[in-house]
Design a protein around this ligand. Structure first.
Ligand SMILES: NC(=O)c1ccc[n+]([C@@H]2O[C@H](COP(=O)([O-])OP(=O)(O)OC[C@H]3O[C@@H](n4cnc5c(N)ncnc54)[C@H](OP(=O)(O)O)[C@@H]3O)[C@@H](O)[C@H]2O)c1
Length: 493
């Protein structure tokens, strides 16, 4: 938490009329308003290119709130929220627009406060223009005070991420840069730390002696949602695996940090990424698998193939499904495979970490009707359910020695409690200057180092890509990554 002096007096949203702003940022800000968590003096400036003034912007805002906020808003709260906003029209490339922004920031409501958050809710291709113009307008000064928030994707490979970082650093110091990975704001993701480091029950099991393998799945049933211009260049590896899923992997695998401080936590995450065994060119086939969705059926609806989606380049080999296997070569994890899998148009929406424990060393029940015991699992579901479960065997009541598998369910929230959106927590952290849940550049860089060999290999293999029917759990061929015959993908809780 920062003191009042550090609390920003203005939040500038670049790309305020875009998707991210409407779907996530505005509803999150509104919920923070309702919860009384926005600083009284905070003004919000919407920066975009539409030829609007304050009143058109506020009409748009009302529509966004009507569509996105389910609960009834008390009139006074709504009015107060709307009154925080003003609109600055401008093209990102136009220096005159930044002069208008300077004027807006000098309005009386801002008082003597000069601490501003710039939120880049814009395409990465627009970052250079905005950063350069902020710099030239002097809006990055004094260095160290203003904050800048950048969305993923952070670069499209190791080299471009390094260049983007250098560009940012020419105008802003590292403490000013908040790289968002919204998975970090999800409560179950944060709960992973509590689950691991607040329960003595868990930590002794959390290593190669007890864990057979770890699976991390981020399955989406949606397609590319009209975003072919972005997705066809990115693909699943860049869009999901390099960022969200690598972050989940680090939280599962990291050592306890000495303190719950931003850099202590991030140091431990970086150590995990540095310990991942590099995938050589020759090993790519054994470690990674890609595929693209074909036409299929999702919840009774026919859906087209990826190749038929509007805007997808003819003959595109962009992957909409990726599965990969990583080894973390350290004392805790040596030899334990981490299987990561993500895809679009899969059977269900499901983000989950599934940890399979080893079989007991002794087959005590071999002579009983129990044949082989299923292994225990620990399941951490991130979405749509937020839950933690452990699967254990118990005796089935009756004369015979049979077992049944029970799920111990550490219910995480009562059914009727509102689910906090990740952006609420993250926006509040930006405002309060807490960088714990934001990504430091060396994390981004090491995550790119891990996936770069796969990207490079695939970039040269443009002739063919496997397919899977939409509405399934992905291609069978992805099973080839498993180290043992008894390992298989865990679909659902
Ligand atoms: N959408 C999501 O749910 C989501 C989730 C995670 C991360 N992200 C990331 O968030 C960023 C923004 O994504 P998005 O989906 O919100 O993009 P978007 O819908 O295309 O929004 C872009 C915004 O920038 C404005 N804009 C574009 N070019 C401009 C220019 N030259 N001058 C002034 N304004 C300009 C657009 O104005 P118009 O409205 O007039 O076009 C719009 O307000 C991307 O980095 C994306 O990867 C998005």
């Amino acid at each position: 938490m920062s003191d009042a002096f550090d609390t920003p007096c203005a939040l500038v949203i670049f790309g305020a009329t875009g998707n991210l702003a409407s779907l996530k940022l505005i509803p999150a800000l509104f919920h923070l308003e309702q919860a009384g968590r926005l600083p009284d003096h905070l003004s919000i400036i919407a920066f975009s290119r539409r030829d609007w003034g304050d009143s058109e912007w506020r009409a748009h805002l009302r529509e966004v709130l009507r569509d996105r906020i389910s609960e009834q808003c008390p009139e006074a709260t709504c009015e107060h929220f709307l009154s925080r906003f003003s609109y600055v029209k401008g093209e990102f490339q136009d220096p005159a627009a930044y002069a208008r922004l300077l004027e807006a920031l000098a309005q009386p409501r801002m008082g003597a406060c000069s601490n501003v958050v710039f939120y880049l809710a814009i395409k990465p291709a627009e970052f250079p223009a905005v950063i350069k113009n902020l710099d030239e307008a002097g809006l990055n000064k004094p260095r160290g005070l203003h904050r800048i928030v950048v969305e993923k994707p952070f670069g499209e490979d190791l080299e471009s991420a390094q260049m983007l970082n250098q560009m940012l650093h020419r105008s802003f110091n590292e403490e000013q840069i908040f790289r968002i990975d919204h998975y970090q704001g999800k409560e179950t993701v944060q709960n992973l730390l509590v689950f691991r480091f607040a329960n003595t029950l868990i930590e002794p099991l959390w290593n190669r002696n007890f864990i057979d393998h770890v699976q991390i799945t981020v399955a989406e049933s949606i397609g590319i949602d009209g975003r072919a211009d972005y997705y066809d260049r990115a693909g699943a590896l860049r869009d999901m695996l390099q960022n969200h899923m690598m972050q989940l992997l680090t939280l599962v695998a990291m050592e306890p940090p000495p303190a719950l401080e931003p850099d202590a936590l991030r140091d431990e995450k970086v150590k995990v990424l540095r310990s991942i065994r590099p995938i050589t060119r020759k090993a790519v086939h054994a470690h990674a698998f890609r595929a693209q969705y074909a036409a299929g059926n999702i919840q009774g609806q026919s859906v087209p193939s990826y190749a038929q989606e509007a805007g997808v380049e003819k003959g595109s080999t962009t992957e909409t499904f990726v599965a990969a296997k990583f080894y973390i070569d350290n004392w805790r994890w040596r030899g334990v495979p981490f299987y990561l899998r993500t895809g679009k148009r899969l059977k269900e929406q499901q983000s989950m970490i599934a940890i399979r424990l080893r079989h007991p060393p002794q087959q005590l029940f071999r002579e009983t009707p129990l044949e082989t015991l299923e292994p225990n699992w620990i399941l951490l579901s991130i979405q749509p359910q937020e839950s933690m479960r452990m699967e254990i065997h118990v005796k089935q009541p009756g004369l015979d020695m049979n077992t049944r598998l029970l799920q111990l369910h550490a219910g995480f929230r009562p059914m009727n409690e509102r689910v906090l959106d990740a952006y609420e927590a993250l926006l509040l952290d930006v405002i309060e200057g807490d960088r714990t849940l934001f990504i430091r550049f060396d994390e981004v860089e090491w995550a790119w180092r891990v996936v770069d060999p796969i990207l490079k290999y695939w970039a040269q293999e443009r002739e063919f890509i496997h397919t899977y029917a939409a509405g399934t759990w992905g291609p069978q061929e992805a099973n080839r990554l498993f180290d043992a015959e008894d390992q298989e993908w865990r679909n659902g809780l």
